[in-house]
Design a protein around this ligand. Structure first.
Ligand code: GDP
Length: 445
C-alpha cells in the first residue's frame, strides 16, 4: 500500500504527542524532526520537505498550540492541512469543453510509465460520464503500441482511430479529429509516443502536435514507483511542453509515496488521477484531503462510501433491508452481499481505507476474509439447491455431504459455513427486531 511506512511513522510521532498533556516548543521540534525524517525516507524531495517543515513549525509554534486546549491534536491538524496543501488543496478534474465541442487531450509520458493503459482508463472514465471519446494511436514507433491501444479500446468499448505506423503523428492527430467531427465524438485522446528517457525528439514531436492541433489538455503519465525521477520528469515536461495535470500510475505498488507528495509542490501542476492496478477500472480520482487523512491513518472513509454507493444496487439493497426486517435471509443473500464486497474492489483495498487499519490488524482481518475462502464459500452455496439456499434449515447431514462433494471441500467446511450463517442470521434477527421496535416507538411518540 502506498505510504505504508510513512503512515506508520507519522502515527507513532503523533501517538507520542497525544500522550503529553501540554506541549512545549521542544516537544514540537522533536516531533517535527521525526516527521522530516519520515518524509525524506518516503522519498519526498528535500526542498519540499524543508518548506513543509518550515510551514508546520511556523504555525505549530505560534499561539495556537501554546494556548490550545489540546495541543497534540492541534499539531496533527496542522500537519494534515499542510499535507493537503502540498498535494494541491483541491481536487482537479480534466477540463473539457462544454457541450459537443471537441476536446483534444494529449497523453504524454516515458515508455513503461503506463501511458497506453491509462489512456484507455481515461477513455472509460469519460465514457461513463456520458462523453463520447475517441482514442487516437499516435505512437508509431513502438511496434506493439497501436495493437495494445486497440485491445484496450475494445475492452472499454471505445473506438480506436489508427493509420498504421507509416504516417506522421501530427497527420494522425489531425485525421483523428476530423474523424471525430464526422462521427459524433466529442473527446479525442491522443496516445503519443514514449521514449526510454526524456529526449529532444520526443519533446519536439509533442510540440509539433500542439502547434498543429488545438490541444486543450496535455496530461503527463508518470510512474509513482520511480519516486523522485517521476517528479523530475514532470518538471521537465512542464517546462518544455507545458502540461495541465499529471496522472500517477502504479500507486498500488509504491510503498513510499514520495512522488505523490512532491509533484504539485515541485512543478506546480496537480495530480488528476492515480492508477491503482493493471485493470482498466483501476483509476481513481485524486483527492488531496483524502490522501492526507489516509497518510495520517485516519482512513479514507469518503472514498469507501463512494465506492460502496457506486457498486451497490439500490433496488437490491432495499429488498435486502426488507428481508432483514423479517429475518428471512437465505444463502442467496449471503452470496449476494459477498459479491457486492468483491465488486467494491477486493477486500484488501477496502480494508486499507478503514481508519486505524495498521499493517498488523490489516493482516489479521485479511487472513480471515481471504478471497480464496470467499471462492470456496461461493462454491458451497452454488452446490446447494435453490430450496436449500432459501431455507438453510433443510440442510441435514446427507445434504451437507452432497454439497461438500459438489464444492470439492471437506464436510467440516460446510458445517463451518452453516454455523457462520446461523450466527449472522441470529444477529440479523436481533437487528431486525431493533429496527421494528424503533419504528414502533416512533409511531407511539
Ligand atoms: P506505456 O509504455 O507508458 O504505454 O505503458 P503501458 O501502458 O504499456 O504500461 C506498462 C505496464 O504497467 C503494463 O504492464 C501495465 O499493465 C502496467 N500498469 C499501468 N498502470 C498501472 C497501475 O496503475 N498499476 C499497476 N500495478 N500497473 C500498471
Amino acid at each position: 500500500m502506498a505510504f505504508e511506512s510513512l503512515s506508520e511513522k507519522l502515527q507513532n510521532v503523533f501517538k507520542n504527542l497525544r500522550s503529553k498533556g501540554r506541549l512545549t516548543e521542544a516537544d514540537v521540534k522533536i516531533a517535527l524532526k521525526e516527521v522530516k525524517l519520515a518524509l525524506l525516507e518516503a522519498d519526498v524531495s528535500f526542498k519540499v520537505v524543508k518548506q513543509f517543515i518550515k510551514n508546520v513549525q511556523e504555525r505549530a509554534i505560534g499561539q495556537d498550540v501554546m494556548n490550545g486546549l489540546n495541543p497534540g491534536q492541534m499539531v496533527i491538524k496542522i500537519v494534515n492541512e499542510e499535507l493537503v496543501n502540498l498535494m494541491g488543496s483541491e481536487t482537479t478534474e480534466i477540463a473539457l469543453k462544454p457541450g459537443n465541442e471537441i476536446t483534444v487531450i494529449m497523453m504524454a509520458g516515458l515508455q513503461g510509465a503506463g501511458k497506453t493503459t491509462t489512456t484507455a482508463k481515461i477513455a472509460a472514465k469519460l465514457k461513463s460520464k456520458g462523453r463520447k471519446p475517441l482514442l487516437a494511436a499516435c505512437d508509431v514507433y513502438r511496434p506493439a503500441a497501436i495493437r495494445q491501444l486497440e485491445i484496450n479500446g475494445e475492452k472499454v468499448g471505445v473506438e480506436v482511430f489508427s493509420m498504421g505506423d507509416k504516417q506522421n503523428p501530427v497527420d494522425i492527430a489531425k485525421a483523428a479529429i476530423e474523424h471525430a467531427r464526422n462521427n459524433g465524438y466529442n473527446v479525442v485522446i491522443l496516445d503519443t509516443a514514449g521514449r526510454l528517457h526524456v529526449d529532444e525528439s520526443m519533446m519536439e514531436e509533442l510540440e509539433n502536435i500542439k502547434a498543429a492541433v488545438d490541444v486543450y489538455q496535455t496530461i503527463l503519465v508518470v510512474d509513482a514507483m520511480t519516486g523522485q525521477d517521476a517528479v523530475n520528469v514532470a518538471d521537465t515536461f512542464n517546462q518544455k511542453v507545458g502540461i495541465d495535470g499529471v496522472i500517477l500510475t502504479k500507486l498500488d505498488g509504491d510503498t513510499r509515496g514520495g512522488a505523490a507528495l512532491s509533484i504539485k509542490a515541485t512543478c506546480g501542476k496537480p495530480i488528476l488521477y492515480v492508477g491503482m492496478g493493471e485493470k482498466l477500472s483501476d483509476l481513481e480520482q485524486f483527492y488531496p484531503d483524502r490522501m492526507a487523512s489516509r497518510i495520517l491513518g485516519m482512513g479514507d472513509v469518503m472514498s469507501l462510501i463512494e465506492k460502496a454507493q457506486a457498486n451497490i444496487d439500490e433496488e437490491k439493497a432495499r429488498s435486502m433491508e426488507q428481508k432483514l426486517k423479517k429475518a428471512q435471509l437465505g444463502f442467496d443473500d449471503y452470496l449476494e452481499s459477498m459479491n457486492q464486497m468483491k465488486n467494491m474492489g477486493g477486500m484488501r483495498k477496502l480494508l486499507e481505507m478503514l481508519p486505524g487499519m495498521g499493517g498488523g490488524q490489516l493482516k489479521q482481518i485479511e487472513d480471515a476474509m481471504d478471497e480464496k475462502k470467499m471462492a470456496q464459500i461461493e462454491a458451497m452455496i452454488l452446490s446447494m439447491t435453490p430450496k436449500e439456499r432459501a431455507n438453510p434449515d433443510l440442510l441435514n447431514p446427507s445434504r451437507k455431504k452432497r454439497i461438500a462433494a459438489g464444492a470439492g471441500v471437506d464436510i467440516s467446511e460446510v458445517n463451518k459455513l452453516v454455523k457462520q450463517f446461523e450466527q449472522s442470521r441470529k444477529m440479523m434477527k436481533q437487528m431486525g427486531g431493533m429496527m421494528n421496535s424503533k419504528s414502533a416507538k416512533r409511531g407511539k411518540f
